[in-house]
Design a protein around this ligand. Structure first.
Ligand SMILES: Nc1nc2c(ncn2[C@@H]2O[C@H](COP(=O)(O)OP(=O)(O)OP(=O)(O)O)[C@@H](O)[C@H]2O)c(=O)[nH]1
Ligand SMILES: [Mg+2]
Length: 301
């Protein structure tokens, strides 16, 4: 008989931009979730499956929790909070360089009634000049909730990430492997294709434009005999002016989005990629529940 392993689901939760997706990618050593210096990058619940001989950890990356006002942002926040219902452990990430803990307090309030053990991850310690500065930060969070463990780390450099994984293993119950060992995630390749394109728009455009963009995949056709995947995608924006920005002068912006996305997609899919991009105006899609659903953004049940 095989030795029993530990397994379970672990939610990565926190305010926007604290490094949740970076942490998931660091643990998996694979870019599963897109990241960006701009807040509110992640919009869906994204699984990252980490396998070791003695354990299977299924990380759930989530959108940043914030005080949402409109329907779209409420969907993002609810998507994040609903992950709490399905996990064995939650990792509450904070950015130790953040000037205010106000949003962190709000996130903890949202998690208040949840009995799941919570591990506090003090992220971005690489940016602290003096490590002694950690102590008062740690004490401040300790007054807000009882944590199962507290781990200072850098999701970017990987410093301390092994310590986090070691703590998480201890908190997981014995159980089965929920996914085959060669699975990294549960989303289909076309989802990642759309996300990679959206990431490039996020990085290359400014102000409201990244937030007004959604990407859908119209065609995803594998041609194994030519070692090629043909992808056709639509970049949806809310207004004509945004369409102009995404296309750019002489279509230079769209070409750059396409060039960078194709590079990442070829690495991700391990074959050549033909990428066709179209830009389309879908007026105020973030306010239209039907269209939101079509783009994959739904209130969780
Ligand atoms: N210096 C430093 N930067 C980090 C670290 N972790 C994340 N970052 C940066 O912080 C920014 C936000 O990281 P993300 O992983 O996208 O943050 P997130 O919490 O997933 O953000 P949302 O999806 O918007 O909620 C990116 O520019 C990362 O490179 C870290 O440990 N050190
Ligand atoms: Mg993210």
């Amino acid at each position: 008989m095989k030795d029993a392993i530990r397994s379970g689901f672990i939610a990565l939760l926190g305010a926007p931009n604290v490094g949740k997706s970076t942490l998931m990618n660091q643990v998996l050593q694979e870019k599963i979730s897109i990241t960006c210096p701009k807040p509110q990058t992640t919009r869906n619940r994204i699984l990252g499956i980490f396998n070791r001989p003695d354990c299977q950890m299924i990380f759930v990356d989530t959108p940043g929790i914030h005080r949402a006002r409109d329907t779209f942002n409420k969907i993002l926040v609810e998507t994040a909070l609903s992950a709490l219902k399905e996990v064995d452990v939650a990792v509450f990430l904070v950015d130790v360089t953040a000037r205010s803990t106000d949003l962190d307090r709000f996130v903890l309030e949202c998690m208040e009634s949840v009995p799941t053990p919570v591990v506090l991850a003090l992220n971005k310690v690489d940016l602290l000049k003096d490590k002694k500065a950690l102590l008062p930060i740690l004490e401040r969070y300790r007054t807000m909730r009882d944590f199962a463990a507290v781990i200072p780390l850098s999701a970017l450099t990987g410093d301390g990430v092994d310590d986090l994984v070691a703590e998480l293993v201890k908190l997981l119950p014995q159980g089965p492997r929920y996914y085959p060992e060669d699975y990294l995630t549960d989303q289909p390749e076309r989802f990642f294709a759309a996300e990679i394109i959206r990431e490039k728009v996020f990085h290359l455009t400014e102000q409201e434009v990244p937030y007004a963009v959604a990407v859908t995949i119209e065609r995803f056709r594998e041609e194994p005999e030519r070692n090629l995947v043909r992808i056709e995608a639509t970049i949806h924006v809310e207004r004509d002016s945004q369409k102009g920005i995404v296309i750019g002068k002489g279509a230079r912006m769209l070409q750059e989005i396409g060039r960078q996305a194709r590079q990442d997609l070829e690495r991700f899919l391990g074959c050549r990629v033909y990428l066709g991009l179209f830009v389309r105006v879908q007026k105020n899609w973030r306010r239209d529940r039907r269209v939101l659903g079509e783009f994959g953004y739904r209130m969780p049940k």
